[in-house]
Structures are given as C-alpha cells and as structure tokens.
Ligand binder design. Structure first.
Ligand code: S3P
Length: 186
C-alpha cells in the first residue's frame, strides 16, 4: 500500500510542505484537503491558484496554449513553495515539467497518489472531461490518450519521496499518509 523511500532529508519533514502529485483524477485535491485538516495546516491547490489569475483553464489553454499554462503553473508553484508550510495539490503535469520536481523535493515531501489504471479510468470517464488535455475524447481515444500520458509521466511520478496506492477512499488514503509522515518525523 505504501512505499516509504529512504529519503535523503528525513529530518525536518514536519516543517516542509506536503506536495501531492499524480495523474488527473487521482484525488490530489480531495485527499489534500482531508490531509490538511488532519495535520491542521493550510491547503493550497496550484490549478485553483492559476485559475484565480487567468480564469477557467480550458479557455486559457485554447487561447494561449499549453506552454503559457506551464509557465504560469511554474510561477504559482514556486511562489507557493516559498510561502509558509501547506499541503499542496499540484496538477497532473506539474512535476514532469522542467525542474519543478527538484524544486518540490527541495521544499517539500513529495507524495505520489498512485491509482492503478483499472480504478483510474472510470474516474476519468466520470469526471475528467473538463480537463484541457482530455477535452472531447471518449471511449478508446480517451483511453489511448490517458495511457500515453501515464506512460510518459510514470517515471517522473515514481521519483516521489513516498508512493501511496491511492485507489482507496479519500479518508483512508489521507490517514495513511498522516501515519507515514508521523513515523518519518520521529
Ligand atoms: C493537467 C492536469 C490538470 C491541470 C491541467 C493539466 C495535466 O490538473 O493542471 O489541465 O497536464 O495532467 P488535475 O491533475 O488536477 O486534473
């Protein structure tokens, strides 16, 4: 269920950000909110912070393209990493762009919410339709796109400090993460 790496910087985890990474619909925002409540630290969501600046993501992608989004996403991420400690939900592509993952690992404990494909696909079919990178795709075309993106990203996600098998209910995933963090802080 949980793969605890031997982190290079275990000490101080209780002072670092907790950064959740993973594919679209893996539960980063919902688990992040639950975890923030359990830990009594603020919650922040990179996508929502980008939206506060430029409005909904789909029209922004359509008008300005993915590169403009990635640049804004990086700016917001770096600002948040420099702010006081929080649980940070990232976007599905955030850790895989440039040196974002290095910045996340320097300022936070990075946790991959790993949802196996058989559990992830139904979530994406149900709730992923509004994502700019999946817009308009259905059936086999959607599955193909998700598989391609996952294939391109899984090595990046796997560099997390902690990997959580996150197909379980939100409260369960959040409390398991809390247990690992408590253990690492001792
Ligand atoms: C993206 C995932 C989205 C959002 C943007 C790009 C991606 O976030 O950042 O649409 O590249 O996987 P969620 O993972 O919260 O859906």
């Amino acid at each position: 269920m949980m793969d605890h790496r031997t982190p290079t910087t275990t000490s101080g985890w209780d002072r670092k950000h907790i950064v959740l990474i993973g594919f679209m619909c893996s539960g980063k925002s919902t688990v992040g909110k639950a975890l923030a409540t359990l830990l009594s630290v603020p919650f922040s969501d990179i996508d929502r912070m980008v939206e506060q600046r430029v409005g909904p993501l789909v029209p922004f992608f359509n008008e300005h393209g993915e590169e403009a989004f990635r640049s804004l996403e990086r700016q917001v991420l770096l600002e948040q990493l420099a702010a006081p400690r929080s649980v940070i939900a990232t976007g599905g592509g955030t850790p895989c762009e440039g040196d974002n993952l290095t910045a996340m690992k320097a300022a936070g404990v990075v946790i991959w919410l790993d949802v196996p494909m058989p559990a992830l696909m139904p979530r994406i079919v149900r709730a992923g339709g509004d994502r700019p990178l999946l817009l308009g795709l259905r059936g086999e075309a959607l599955e193909r796109r998700v598989t391609e993106l996952m294939h391109a990203r899984s090595d990046c996600y796997a560099q997390a400090d902690i990997i959580v098998q996150a197909g379980a209910p939100v409260s369960e995933v959040a409390s398991r993460i809390q247990q690992v963090l408590d253990f690492q802080a001792k």
